[in-house]
Design a protein around this ligand. Sequence first.
Ligand code: GCU
Length: 413
Amino acid sequence: FLLQIAIVSSCFAQAPKEAATDYHLPEAMRTQSGKTVNSVAEWEKVRRPEILALFEKNVQGKTPVKAIPVRFVSMSVNPHAINGTATRKQVRIYFSSDEQHYMDLLLYLPNNRNKPVPVFLGLNFGGNQVVHRDTGIIISKQWVRYTSEPAYKDHLGTEASRGTQSDDWPVEKILAAGYGLATAYYGDLQPDSANSVNAGIAPLFYKKGQTEPAADEWGAIGVWAWGLSRALDYLETDKDIDAKKVAVVGHSRLGKTALWAGAQDRRFALVISNNSGEGGAAITRRKYGETIALMNKAFPHWFSGNFKKFNDKEDELPVDFHELIALIAPRPVYIASASKDQWADPVGEYLSGWYATPVYTLYGAKGLDTPVPPAVGQPVGEGAIGYHIREGEHAMTPYDWDQYIRFANRFLR
Ligand code: GCU
């Protein structure tokens, strides 16, 4: 833990305090051969696949195409959860027939429903039990980064961890708004620690003799995003859920993950990035706060091997992160920042929405109106791109959720 602090503070020490202004962004609407995109057909047939391939090759790494046997097993259903207001389901999603690899999906659905409900789906940081004090939630047996006792002991969640992140996941608020919540622990897919790739699901996809992903293959963010798509596969089978109305949401490294999941898997109806910063919504060429090099040094397992080639070479990266937002178009996307989270570059997070706007316009959807970010506490976006910067620290808070629900209501209710 002290080492973590040392790493993080040394990052802060080197973090750029002034944003670069002399950068040239790759144009979302210009193909690699220099042709301007004029139609949705050209975007979908030429430019979108180009951008997706560039992210795969250089940034997050390719998601394997190999299909593995995935199985859903209901572990429990409680129709009287949360004082009778909700149904709690727990579904184990097996990734291997030896049952050694699985992810537990926790679902809360409002009992006050008369049709299949829209759902927010997101990975959590501490195990499903951190989301709510509900003692019926299965405590994850997987390694957790946290060590702070009594909630964690020897990198495992304890009874005391129940509900410890309920501010990040205001279940009652979500249910009262008519949505379900689906969540899983990201460590079920791959431990969030360097050199742990073989402790996750990645080896299930290796070719004969392969011992680690190739330089252009996925890192942990890709693995976690893959898990979100498998959760969506389950949601498609559950008759209580409207799987055409699933919003994928994530905070921070899991915000980077939500964006990548939404970019690759067009079944996600809406995408929410909470304080995702570098490698998420932030424009990397601004070189403000965290940079590619700082992130790759502290978290070498998150992105592809190839991404390391761009350490301190942001301007050589063939994409920038407005194009990650553009991959989501025309589906609604919400980007959120926090005033004391300069490490994630709030302005850069806003600007990716602004620079993705032409792609939304191409579809006849509305993006952002101005390159000037709004003031703290003044959400913007009547169209398909929403943004706010909240007063306060790097976190996902009930205020953030109020904005997500308000935004989602326009598309999913
Ligand atoms: C670190 C890291 C960020 C990341 C964040 C988080 O601050 O540098 O890139 O988003 O952790 O996941 O909380």
